[in-house]
Design a protein around this ligand. Structure first.
Ligand code: PMP
Length: 288
């Protein structure tokens, strides 16, 4: 498999490319004990990088791993790594923690064996052309049934099958409900809608990731005078929306142009959110 250019900091030094970090005996490779975060560097900026590395550590704590890298070290390493690529390169910055060993060869992982790496690789920023989205038959687990409080790798196969099922019907994203039937998030990002000039987004209820981009966009819209309501939303609310858009570190703010049979246009509140985010992102440049 060909990977885009990447650098990984692992065991005290930078490695070029897709360096092996886990063997078949590693608990994480076998049973999925991985947490991670994802941030972006692009156009000479890396918005909210500090919050992404802080969340990696919080995910480790919530999952029961040890956050063995302090936030300052993550930031220094991330900036070092970003500087290995061309200025303005479009990058994905991914800190990871995992459990190396379990006890007795079994299911229980040993947090004392927490290992980590920082992987940075080239990943073009998607153009905001607009996704067609569909209601997914697959739901988000509750906090009792999965570690939803952590950005844990083991949650993603469920989102992956939601995206695959959506793709099999010609859609680019899957709108996932929680176990109560309320809208939770997309398969890979958070969801917003606008109606009659007001922006709505699901209220965090412990079934989906309260994204860093989501929180940033809410703050920016409110500071600009837009009413943003975090509340319980049903699929029918989205069918009646004037606009729908997604937020997430990978594609940032992106419009939805179809929800099942209904077509939509990227609207003024989507455009405002994206512009406010871009202005915010470019306010602090990376050191040259
Ligand atoms: N939900 C899911 C399932 C995600 O994978 C992501 C991307 N990390 C998000 C929401 C958005 O979170 P953030 O804005 O912190 O990237």
């Amino acid at each position: 498999i060909e990977y885009s250019p990447s650098w990984t900091f692992f065991e005290g030094k930078w490695h070029d490319g897709n360096v092996p970090i886990m063997g078949p005996r590693t608990h994480a490779a076998w049973l999925g004990s991985v947490v991670f975060d994802g941030a972006r560097a692009f156009e000479g900026v890396a918005p909210d990088l500090d919050r992404h590395v802080a969340r990696a550590n919080q995910s480790a704590i919530n999952f029961g791993l040890k956050p063995v890298v302090d936030a300052g070290t993550w930031l220094t390493l991330a900036n070092d790594g970003i500087a290995r690529f061309a200025a303005n390169a479009e990058l994905y910055v991914r800190p990871m923690y995992w459990a190396q060993n379990g006890s007795g060869g079994g299911v229980l992982f040993d947090p004392e064996t927490t290992n980590w790496c920082l992987c940075i690789y080239e990943a073009p920023m998607p153009k905001p052309v607009g996704n067609a989205i569909t209601l997914s038959p697959f739901r988000r687990p509750t906090a009792e049934s999965a570690p939803v409080e952590a950005k844990a790798a083991c949650l993603y196969p469920n989102n992956s099958r939601a995206l695959a099922e959506a793709a099999s019907r010609g859609f680019q994203n899957a709108l996932m409900l929680d176990m109560l039937g309320n809208v939770a998030e997309f398969g890979n990002s958070n969801v917003f809608m606008a109606r009659d000039g007001v922006v709505f987004t699901p209220v965090p209820n412990g079934t989906f990731l309260n994204g860093i981009t989501r929180q940033r966009v809410i703050k920016l819209l409110r500071a600009d005078g837009v009413t943003v309501v975090e509340t319980t939303l049903r699929y029918a609310d989205f069918l009646a929306a004037d606009e729908i858009f997604s937020t997430g570190n990978f594609a940032k703010v992106a419009p939805v142009i179809r929800i099942d049979a209904r077509e939509l246009k990227p609207g003024p509140l989507y455009s405002k959110a994206r512009k406010l985010y871009w202005d915010f992102a470019h306010a602090v440049k990376l050191a040259a």
